[in-house]
Design a protein around this ligand. Structure first.
Ligand SMILES: Nc1ncnc2c1ncn2[C@@H]1O[C@H](COP(=O)(O)OP(=O)(O)OP(=O)(O)O)[C@@H](O)[C@H]1O
Ligand SMILES: [Mg+2]
Length: 268
């Protein structure tokens, strides 16, 4: 039995027009310490799967089992970076992180503050610690959400497009922070992240789960990324293995369009 087992998962939503099946037949066995990316077009069900792992959505079919226990709701064993950041608007940057640390960590208040400060510095927001979320840019909010998830140091880190709002340089350094955190935990932290960025998925992941388009989306393919670690971002992109994987992923994500289709769409 793997550490995180998603078995025959189906999630449907009641809508005024009847039941809408977002995802179905999702089967995925994740080992402890694996880094998994989920990739697919907008609306294909990535966040839905992530929310089921996080325990915010109850499966309408199948199950999510973490460490041999059925996931029945959120828990401190899973830290989540939500797509919409989900910060508490009435708390400062510092207190948003402190509140999360305080609710799950069993240590002294001084140690909790130390953890908060370390993570604020990691995302370069220490000088903004007294601002409210409403006073931050999108990328800053996203970095608070990342710092909050890292600070509670969960066994499973779930990240829904965690770097989507960041500029390329910040994104690159945050990717390195993820790997640093993973290495610091002896590569035992399990990470599931959603991304739209093929290069990011290839740089970070052990496997990439490519989804079909919805409705009733299923897994199209699970791509194994057998690139040796540590991966040097500048060097790996030149290797034939990387190029082959990147081309394959591009093909999986774009093959329902063709140049002619785009030409017709453009003319009409
Ligand atoms: N609460 C809900 N009620 C009805 N339909 C929903 C609900 N939540 C999600 N859906 C539908 O389920 C499908 C999958 O949504 P989801 O948010 O998982 O997509 P996604 O892959 O994360 O997309 P994006 O890349 O845009 O974030 C969409 O068609 C969406 O409209
Ligand atoms: Mg989403």
């Amino acid at each position: 039995m793997s550490y995180l087992e998603i078995k025959d998962l189906e999630i449907s939503f009641p809508t005024p027009k009847g039941k809408y099946i977002a995802v179905r037949d999702i089967n995925l066995s994740i080992k402890k310490g694996e880094i998994i990316s989920i990739i697919g077009h907008s609306g294909c069900g990535k966040s839905t799967i992530m929310n089921a792992i996080g325990g915010m959505l109850t499966p309408t079919g199948g199950s999510v089992v973490l460490d041999n226990k059925n996931v029945k709701g959120p828990g401190p064993d899973r830290g989540i970076v939500f797509q919409n950041y989900s910060l508490l608007p009435w708390l400062t940057v510092e207190n948003n992180i402190f509140q999360a640390v305080d609710s799950v960590m069993d240590c002294s208040t001084a140690e909790k503050h130390e953890i908060v400060i370390k993570n604020l510095k990691m995302v370069n927001l220490y000088q903004h610690k007294d601002k409210l979320p409403g006073q931050l840019s999108g990328g800053m909010k996203q970095r608070v959400a990342i710092a909050r998830a890292f600070a509670i140091n969960p066994g499973v880190l779930l990240m829904d497009e965690p770097f989507g709002a960041l500029d390329a340089l910040t994104k690159g350094s945050m990717q390195l922070e993820v790997l640093k955190l993973w290495n610091l935990n002896n590569r035992e932290k399990t990470i599931v992240m959603i991304t739209h960025d093929i290069e990011e998925a290839l740089f970070l992941s052990d496997r990439i789960v490519v989804l079909h388009n919805g409705p009733a989306s299923t897994i199209r393919e699970i791509v194994h990324v057998n690139l040796p670690r540590p991966r040097n971002k500048i060097e790996i992109v030149k290797t034939p293995e990387y190029i082959e994987l990147r081309d394959h992923l591009l093909h999986l994500l774009t093959d329902h369009f063709s140049i002619e289709d785009m030409g017709v769409a453009y003319k009409s």
